[in-house]
Design a protein around this ligand. Structure first.
Ligand SMILES: Nc1ncnc2c1ncn2[C@@H]1O[C@H](COP(=O)(O)OP(=O)(O)OP(=O)(O)O)[C@@H](O)[C@H]1O
Length: 284
């Protein structure tokens, strides 16, 4: 069985926000009593949600459709604002998107007129990263997502899974402290999803990142996350905040190794029954 031992946070040394170092152990994102209403208050997507997102962990947001997962991610991305409450990054209210928060969406978002390498470099160009460094970082991240041979191809030549790897490489190349993944594999078929999940485990091991993952897939959440926040059906409130203690801090490069781990099935059963409670409004 191939396991990856957890690294001490002190081992992570390449994070900075606009060149400033930050405390690795502090929770970078703080969601403080956030309510989000739409339609002039006729629809409440999130109701008084409070949660601190820990550094260098993968936190999965899961729950029934419409429970506000994407809304919370968009609030953290700064694409929307809370109706009440506050979302802070390192103590400062989030007032819009920023390079320290990279986002990958479900839909492919490549620029079709740029090569794969140019797509990956695009965000860095906007950030003003020198050209040579853009190229080096693009090469590094294309290797990380196993697309180095496609650097000169155009997005139209790629499969859906490959396009999504480009989107992940582009987000990572901008060196965000926090990576926000909104159902990144939702449009992919089962086999590609599985390969992508294993690739994300490799990435988590190599790059020090705080990752927030929205998913509707229970197995994916357990496989990738250190912690799962489960939301009630609309209006979204936190139903459970679960640490994946049964993994003992290990990450599994092969998904089947996790499935064989004692404690995995209990966690899966617990999440399925919580999902059933929320979907059906039943208690058993
Ligand atoms: N712009 C909007 N205008 C009106 N209602 C909205 C808007 N965005 C989201 N909502 C509503 O807020 C609620 C939460 O939506 P959200 O997309 O965050 O849920 P979700 O948990 O991500 O759902 P899914 O798993 O189906 O993607 C839903 O009832 C949705 O219809």
């Amino acid at each position: 069985m191939k396991l990856v031992e957890p690294r001490h946070p002190a081992a992570f040394d390449n994070n900075s926000i606009a060149g400033q170092s930050y405390n690795q152990l502090e929770a970078p994102i703080c969601v403080d009593r956030v309510t989000k209403e739409y339609l002039g208050g006729r629809r409440t997507a999130l109701d008084a949600v409070s949660v601190d997102i820990n550094a260098n962990q993968v936190t999965a947001l899961i729950g029934p459709s419409g429970c506000g997962k994407t809304t919370l991610l968009r609030l953290i991305a700064g694409l929307e604002y809370p109706t009440y409450g506050d979302v802070k990054m390192h103590g400062k209210s989030i007032r819009g998107p920023g390079p320290e928060r990279g986002m990958v969406f479900q839909a492919y978002t490549s620029f079709p007129w740029l090569t794969v390498a140019e797509n990956v470099a695009r965000g860095m160009k906007i950030q003003g990263v020198p050209k040579k460094e853009q190229q080096e970082r693009a090469e590094h991240f294309l290797r990380l997502v196993h697309l180095e041979e496609f650097a000169r191809s155009y997005p139209i030549e790629l499969s859906g899974g490959m396009k999504q790897r480009v989107a992940i490489a582009r987000a990572l190349a901008q060196n965000p402290e926090v990576l926000l993944l909104d159902e990144p594999f939702g449009a992919l078929d089962a086999q590609v999803t599985w390969e992508m999940e294993e690739m994300v485990v490799e990435i988590i091991e190599r790059e020090a990142k705080t990752i927030i993952l929205v998913t509707h897939d229970i197995q994916e959440a357990i496989y990738l996350a250190d912690r799962i926040i489960f939301f009630t059906r609309q209006p979204g409130r936190i139903k459970a905040d679960l640490q994946m203690d049964f993994k003992n801090g290990r990450r599994f490069l092969k998904k089947e190794d996790l499935l064989a781990e004692p404690g995995y099935l209990d966690m899966e059963k617990q999440l399925y029954s919580m999902m059933r409670e929320e979907i059906k409004g039943q208690t058993s």
